[in-house]
Design a protein around this ligand. Structure first.
Ligand code: ADP
Ligand code: MG
Length: 681
């Protein structure tokens, strides 16, 4: 019976679906028609009137109704709001792709009237009036423009996600509003010449909390168009959700009528692994079957690949979008009829007590009920849809209602430093939810160890320099230490690789021997940092002499990830620009002398150092944990007296990953820190 079904499905794909340019309608006209058809279109004027009448407006609306793309354009077009309109997004891929869409709707090239700003990448110009930016970038801008004076309107979008940066923005805006608009408009105080409008947009029902936070600001509702979605749960719990997603996808693909499929997965690695299995199974289907168009979508997806999810599904294929929770509310993809929900997400957690450091760990956790409902809703935007949950109904019932705000579970180190630079105090700022006192303590301690704060918790000159870099304070401290040790060029390369989202050495267990043999030539006896640097140096040479294809071959042959190197190359360019601005000579290299780099690493990662114990394990120099060197490390001398590492991973043991052997004296150069750290932990 399979064949007949397949044929039926093939036939029922409509020929020439509504693609841009059909029936002689120009692309621009078509876009304007799409705009006019969005649910928000009717209510736009009323919304703008409300925004004009109040300092703060809360807008609650169903996903896909047109809030993020239309409201900023309307504010621009009505001419009543001078200054730049900022629209914040928790994720960079949302900021860049929404800016691209809105530019298109305005009929202007991206980066002119409409632009974006995300970490390591900005496209704006002197004439930019609508700027999509990550919440983190807006916090960064406050460091040079504390009152955000260049903005007339700030739209805090996706506020329900309650990221740490969004909470910082909201808390700061409360202060800024008071300063720019005056205490209360009723008290006869003259209106400021440059008043600020704040619009808070949320996709879930927590609007009252935002309203209360902003002195009972009005809440406006935008209705969406939601069709019914049939929800199915599994009868037993699934151990391997990637495999379950694979099977479910092919059941839909082979048996169900046309309609695109959206699969929610926790992160990039799972997306890549499912993508390659779907690809290989799809190739084994009979040649007359419907093809599969695969579209990955995650936060750090390269710009060039982003627009793929929005291009119409090629005729005779079914689109399969593999997304993280970014597709829950921030990005709406047309054409989705089937949703497969693994029930998992990646969540930032701060394990200060275990790691004794100021870094976050990304953990795969169960989603919340609110996320599960949003995910299911994505299937019903254009017609009745189906959602296949890869978990049981009992598991759904057991889910938390909504997640804890990030300010309660993530590291506060860089937030605290940034606030100090703006002149705000994390400890006294009025937050939607107050940060945990212990987490504040840990952040203060880390900043003190870095010398970013002095004994009285006051910001130091070094602290201000650290905050100028778009890096975690620890990594920025490494960069600044490299100036002293004359190895800035090398350290920038290492930090760029550490900041890239893709791993330099991808998992190649299938060809383990070939991979380890190929990589041997880069191996440095001191361990992973120098090995990474050796790869980057070799790649730089290849780039100087080889074509694009030659570079790709070289990476393949050496089992290194070209995407990581290219991404790191972009980050390095950005870091070099920041160095220029800070008058740091970015060209100085230490050649083959390894100590300067290792000393710099220890300076920033002092809380990530450990000392060898008699039994061959390592104990953190400033924390309680016993750790082992990760088996994947390039470190050859396994009994080096001291190590520095990038991160800890928790499996059966606590493993240090990204490890280099260092001299004990590099660590004891900071005796006061080490001792007091021990006592404090
Ligand atoms: P909301 O913010 O209310 O969730 P949006 O303004 O993001 O809604 O989306 C409105 C519409 O714009 C959706 O139908 C979505 O599919 C479409 N859209 C958004 N970005 C793009 C893009 N880059 N390309 C094509 N369509 C897009
Ligand atoms: Mg939106």
């Amino acid at each position: 019976g399979h064949d007949r079904k397949r044929q039926k499905m093939r036939k029922s794909f409509p020929n020439g679906a509504a693609v841009n340019g059909v029936n002689g309608v120009s692309k621009a006209q078509h876009l304007q028609e799409q705009r006019a058809q969005l649910p928000i279109a009717q209510g736009l004027e009323a919304l703008v009137r409300e925004i004009a009448a109040h300092d703060v407006t809360i807008i609650l609306g169903e996903t896909g109704s047109g809030k993020t793309t239309q409201i900023p354009q309307y504010l621009l077009e009505c001419g009543a709001f001078p200054g730049v309109i900022a629209v914040t997004q928790p994720r960079r891929v949302a900021a860049t792709s929404l800016a691209a869409r809105v530019s298109q709707e305005q009929g202007r090239p991206l980066g002119t009237l409409v632009g974006y700003a995300v970490r390591f990448d900005e496209r704006t110009g002197a004439e930019t009036r609508v700027k999509y930016l990550t919440d983190g970038m807006l916090v960064r801008e406050m460091m040079s423009d504390p009152m955000l004076e260049r903005y007339g309107v700030i739209v805090v979008d996706e506020a329900h996600e309650r990221t740490l940066r969004t909470d910082l923005v909201l808390a700061s805006l409360k202060k800024i509003l008071r300063a720019r608009n005056g205490e209360e408009s009723g008290k006869g105080k003259a209106r400021a010449h440059n008043p600020l409008k704040v619009v808070v947009m949320s996709a879930t029902l927590d609007a009252e909390k935002f309203s209360k936070f902003f002195d009972n600001a009005p809440v406006l509702y935008v209705k969406g168009r939601q069709h019914p979605v049939s929800i199915y749960h599994t009868s037993t719990s699934q151990v391997d959700y990637v495999d379950a997603a694979l099977r479910t996808f092919f059941q839909i693909h082979v048996d169900q009528p046309p309609g695109d499929v959206l699969i929610f997965l926790p992160g990039q690695e799972d997306i890549e692994s499912l993508e390659s299995s779907i690809k290989s199974y799809a190739n084994q289907l009979p040649s007359n079957s419907v093809g599969v168009t695969l579209c990955p979508l995650y936060a750090s997806l390269p710009n060039a690949q982003q627009s793929r999810v929005f291009t119409p599904t090629p005729e005779g294929t079914r689109k399969c979008i593999l997304a993280t929770n970014i597709a829950e509310t921030s990005i709406t993809i047309p054409g989705v009829k089937y949703v497969i929900d693994t029930g998992k997400q990646k969540e930032k957690r701060h394990l200060a007590r275990m790691t004794g450091s100021g870094f976050d760990t990304l953990l795969t956790t169960d989603i919340t009920k609110s996320s599960a409902m949003q995910r299911a809703g994505r299937a019903g935007r254009e017609g009745p849809g189906f959602c296949f949950r890869l978990y049981t109904e009992e598991a759904f019932d057991a889910m938390a209602l909504s997640s804890e705000p990030e300010v309660r579970r993530s590291s506060l180190t860089s937030a605290l430093l940034q606030l100090r630079c703006i002149g705000h105090d994390l400890e006294t700022l009025d937050f939607m939810d107050n940060p945990d006192a212990e987490a504040v303590g840990a952040a203060l301690r880390t900043l003190w160890i870095l010398d970013a704060l002095d004994e009285t918790k006051r910001l130091t000159k070094l602290g201000r320099s650290i905050a100028a870099f778009p890096l975690e304070p620890q990594l920025a401290a490494i960069l600044l230490a490299s100036v002293e040790h004359h190895c800035t060029a090398d350290v920038i390369s290492i930090l760029s690789l550490m900041s890239a989202s893709a791993p330099l050495f991808p998992d190649s267990s299938a060809q383990r021997d070939a991979a380890s043999e190929a990589r041997t030539k880069f191996r440095h006896p001191s361990g992973d940092h120098w090995t990474m640097l050796n790869v980057f140096r070799a790649y730089d040479e290849v780039c100087g002499s080889e074509s694009k294809g030659g570079r790709r071959d070289w990476c393949k042959r050496n089992f290194v990830n070209e995407r990581a190197l290219r991404e790191a190359g972009d980050i390095r360019t950005q870091l070099r620009i920041v160095c220029d601005r800070a008058n740091i000579n970015k060209e100085i290299s230490c050649g083959q002398d390894e100590s300067p780099v290792l000393k710099s690493l220890v300076r920033g990662l002092l809380q990530h150092t450990a000392l060898l114990q008699p039994d061959g394990t390592y104990k953190q120099a400033m924390g309680p944990s016993i750790i082992k060197i990760h088996p994947g490390s390039f470190l050859t001398e396994k009994r080096s007296p001291a190590i520095v590492y990038n991160e800890l991973v928790y499996t059966t043991h606590i493993y240090a990953r990204g490890v280099s052997a260092v001299s004990k004296s590099f660590i004891s150069d900071f005796p006061k820190r080490v001792t007091s750290g021990r006592a404090g932990s």
